[in-house]
Write a protein that binds this ligand. Structure first.
Ligand code: GLU
Length: 447
């Protein structure tokens, strides 16, 4: 069987096995065609049917998470952990608390995490987990009780050499702390069982900023290849969580101007540039909505709906909100706006059709698994520090992050060129990420 026929067969197999998992199917569909040229060179992977192994999680758990709200009502949510692939190291990946969470979304995230983690060149496998719990408008005590209940079950399945969760949407240092407290009580004090811990106990300097900074470093190296820089660039950012905030901070530091940010209801457009201090105060301290930002800034416009419908000139777009936030139409709008570079801070924020529009318009596209790998990379550095029982300086962590992002960018660029697909960073990321995982899997035998 040739490589094209083989990936077509795998695609069909995945669709047949899990027809109700559209996000997972989408992530696999995006991946498969890009690795054909590599498989053509390496028929041994086809002979060993490596893609059947790779598209099937090693295991996953689904569990009941009972908790009591402040009014005394009994509530129940679903908890999950996907342990997708451990060829390169312990399962590693975040926990997402959001009402949309289901098996399909977590499997897509865990699948992408395998290749993202491989690209960092650090010893981590791929996993993901979370719950359909909605942290919005919950009190601090409700969050604590939920996290305690969630970890009561999860603690049976994780460990510093087995599976190391971290944050994702809806899970930050506060949640990680409650989760850690419960793990410690049930098992033992083991700093390396979770990453994204606060600096007060075994967290790593620079972890909070890592995904956003890493994204901007990726684009910085891409711009350098074009003998260009962020100076004077007009940048659209979506989202207003951790990734968006620190992407904005780094773009501003490098001389670019970020004019948008968004939440799930609407977006801010501020021609003179976003006021980062106010944004941090509203999101990190008050945990409030962006409508408050608009009230406090005269020059800021607030609009309901998607930021990607905005008609205004821009050079660079950094989607940092959530999956499938940019569809085909919105991608066309970006092209009309003059956007030349799209780099993804969120996971799979562009639909397959949107990615095609980027390619058709010769926009340079940095896919999530490469461009947002900075977060998990610094998580792996946090694991190293925990093992050493040492804390590195912020400068040391940042320098390592910058180096890792440079390496990821160059790997994607060079791999794309090697397969005569210059500037196809998605193909470069997928082949480079896959290559290491597939080789390790083959060496470890049929397990
Ligand atoms: N949730 C982040 C991601 O999508 C970070 C995962 C981690 O630090 O383990 O990569």
């Amino acid at each position: 069987m040739n490589a094209k026929e083989y990936v077509a067969q795998i695609k069909q197999q995945v669709e047949q096995k899990d027809p109700n998992q559209p996000e997972f199917i989408q992530a696999v569909d995006e991946f498969l065609p890009t690795i054909v040229p590599f498989l053509e060179e390496h028929p041994e992977y086809i002979e060993k049917n490596i893609l059947s192994l790779l598209t099937e999680p090693e295991r996953f758990f689904q569990f009941r998470v009972p908790w009591q709200d402040d009014a005394g009502n009994w509530q129940v949510n679903r908890g999950y952990r996907i342990q997708f692939n451990s060829a390169l190291g312990p399962y590693k990946g975040g926990l997402r608390f959001h009402p949309s969470v289901n098996l399909s979304i977590l499997k897509f995230l865990a699948f992408e995490q395998i290749f993202k983690n491989s690209l960092t060149d650090l010893p981590i496998g791929g996993g993901k987990g979370g719950s359909d719990f909605d942290p919005k408008e919950k009190s601090d005590s409700e969050i604590m009780r939920f996290c305690q209940s969630f970890m009561t079950e999860l603690s049976k399945h994780i460990g510093p050499n087995l599976d190391v969760p971290a944050g994702d949407i809806g899970v930050g240092a506060r949640e990680i702390s409650y989760l850690f407290g419960t793990y410690k009580r049930l098992r033992e004090y083991d700093a390396g069982v979770l990453t994204g811990k606060p600096l007060d106990f075994n967290g790593s300097l620079g972890r909070t900023e890592a995904t956003g900074y890493g994204l901007v470093y990726f684009v910085k190296y891409l711009l350098q290849d074009l003998t260009d820089s962020f100076k004077g660039k007009e940048v659209f950012v979506s989202g207003s969580g951790n990734v968006a905030i620190y992407a904005i901070e780094k773009v501003q530091e490098l001389g670019g101007k970020v004019v948008t940010c968004s939440d799930s209801n609407g977006y801010i457009y501020e021609k003179d540039g976003i006021d980062l201090e106010l944004l941090k105060e509203i999101k990190e301290v008050r945990r409030a909505r962006l409508t408050e930002y608009a009230k406090e800034r005269e020059g800021a416009e607030y609009h309901e709906g998607s930021v990607w419908k905005l008609k205004a000139q821009a050079d660079i777009a950094l989607p940092c909100a959530t999956q499938n936030e940019i569809d085909e139409q919105e991608a066309k709008q970006l092209a009309e706006n003059g956007v030349k570079i799209v780099a993804e801070g969120a996971n799979m924020p562009s639909t397959l059709a949107a990615v095609q529009v980027y390619h058709q318009n010769e926009m340079l596209y940095g896919p999530a698994k490469a461009a947002n790998a900075g977060g998990v990379a610094v998580s792996a550095l946090e694991m190293s520090q925990n093992s050493q029982r040492l804390a590195w300086s912020k400068a040391e962590v940042d320098e390592k992050l910058d180096g890792i992002m440079k390496n990821i960018y160059e790997t994607c660029r060079d791999t794309a060129e090697q397969y005569a697909e210059k500037n196809n960073f998605m193909l470069g990321a997928n082949i480079a990420g896959f290559k290491k995982v597939a080789k390790a899997m083959l060496m470890q035998g049929l397990v």
